[in-house]
Structures are given as structure tokens and as C-alpha cells.
Design a binder for this molecule. Sequence first.
Ligand code: PEP
Ligand code: MG
Length: 315
Amino acid sequence: ARAREAEQRSLPAQTRDGHRIDIGANINLPEQAALALSQGAEGVGLMRTEFLFLERGSTPSEDEQYQTYTAMAAALGGRPLIIRALDIGGDKQVAHLDLPREDNPFLGVRGARLLLRRADLLEPQLRALYRAARDGAALSIMFPMITSVPEIITLRQICERIRVALAAPVVPVGIMIEVPAAAIQADALARHADFFSIGTNDLTQYVLAIDRQNPELAAEADSLHPAVLRLIRMTVDGAARHQRWVGVCGGLAGDPFGAMLLAGLGVQELSMTPRDIAAVKARLRSVDQSALRDLAERALSADTAADVRALEPSA
Ligand code: PEP
Ligand code: MG
């Protein structure tokens, strides 16, 4: 049975009618790569680099970051690796950075907003990333909490300046879609981003106006809320207009039912905690993409998350 399970995990997430979804792992450390691959990951769809800062109580140097990114790429042996630039603020408070206290940190200087104000954090990280790319690491850079077109234009200009200075190769630069404004304006952002990865944790929080950490409202903070799904559809449509691919790296991707819906909505990659991979693959392999498209259409016109959850793909 063990051998069968391992074999199942290594199969692609391909529907019965031959539609393939790419499967990534959300991991933060090179030491986690081997386990993620053994659980069926085809790459890393989200490496949250803030953990390098959160876990140690000091800011890692450019060299230390370079070593970590290089080690992660090496551990993946050329498989895709999406490294997210620092996403600090909101629920990820870093004491040693001594940032100003905010009344509403989730609505404050977090993610890209902080990066654009703190060249001392952004530039060493980008240098470390481009040095790793220059050594052959097959990495992509992703920016969190993008809300507007000028943010990504400015960040890309900084990337390009650093890349040229280091004589490093071009690497894909993508953005997280996790603010409603970004989903609504996905067509405009797609002009400037090589790919999108939807962060359903924050997107759900911001669409429903529910603090993602509030236990009292945890049941209502449901990513299957049709309003969230409609924004995911807008994101996929906006990306398609500029031939960009769309992944999902929020929690919805690791839920087998959520994964079916996302595939039906036209998402091409799902990235999740490694332990969720086997169940997601098994579910996607048991259905037809045509049935998932139909499932997604019915979900978009449902009234409630509960109604969405009660839907079943047609046989
Ligand atoms: C998300 O918001 O869905 C996401 C993947 O990012 P994080 O959970 O790190 O905020
Ligand atoms: Mg997020």
C-alpha cells in the first residue's frame, strides 16, 4: 500500500480528459525541499522569505540570502521556484525591524508598500536573488500585496537596474493577487507582470472584511464565498488577455474541493502545503476538466459559500 501511495503522489495532476494542472509546494527552507518532492510537488510555488527574517531576530545579509536561495534551487534540481519578496506587516510583524506601530496593520504599510519604502530591505534581497539566477538558479521573483499598476512598474524598474548591474539573466517577475483592487484590475496589471499567483488567504480577508486571524469569524472567512470566486474569475480573465498564467498559493489550493473549483475557473498552477498534495492530485485525477468548468460556472452564480460547497461535479 505504501508503494502504491508513493506512486500515486508522483503522478501528474491530470484530469481524466487530459488537462494538466501544475502542482507546487509552499515551503520556506531548502531543508524542506526533499520532503516536498517526495510528496509529489513539481516545484515550489511559494517560498515565503519573511521567515528568514522572522525566525532569527535579525536581518539576514545579502550573502546569507543568496546562499539560501541557491540552496533551495539546488535542492529542487532545476524545477520551478517562485521566491516571494519580503511580505512583512499585517500578521507578520518583525520585532527587530522596529517599524512604526499601526492601528490597522492589515491596511497599513505591508508587503510591496513596505518594500517600496525600504530600499535597505528590498535591494539586498533582489541582489541576492539575481546573483542566484546568475549562477543558474531557475527562479522567479514574486511581489506581495500589489494594489496598483505604479507599484509593479516601480518594482520592475528596480529589478531591472539591479539585474543589469549584476549582469544577471532576465527572470520572470510576477505578483500576488490578494487585494480586491488587483483582481478587479487584473487586465491592467497583467501588462506588467509575467504571472499571477492568487493569495486566497488575504484576498478572502479583504473581500469579506474579516480579519483572517479572528477566531470568532473563522467560519465566515470562507474562500468559497461566491464574491471571492468571482474575483478569481476576473483575475483569470485579465491574465488571459495578456497570455499570462495564473496560479493560486493561498489555502484554497490545498483543499481538494477548492482545487477542483480553481481548475474549473482556469487556474493553471496550485501551490500548497506538501501534505495536501496527494489528496488534491487524487481528486483532480478523478474528474474531467469539462465537468470542472461546469462546476465553476455553477459556483459563480451560487448565493452562498454553503451552496458552493454542496455542489458536485457532473459525472
Ligand atoms: C495568501 O494571502 O493567500 C498568501 C498565500 O500569502 P500569506 O498567507 O503569506 O499572506
Ligand atoms: Mg498574503
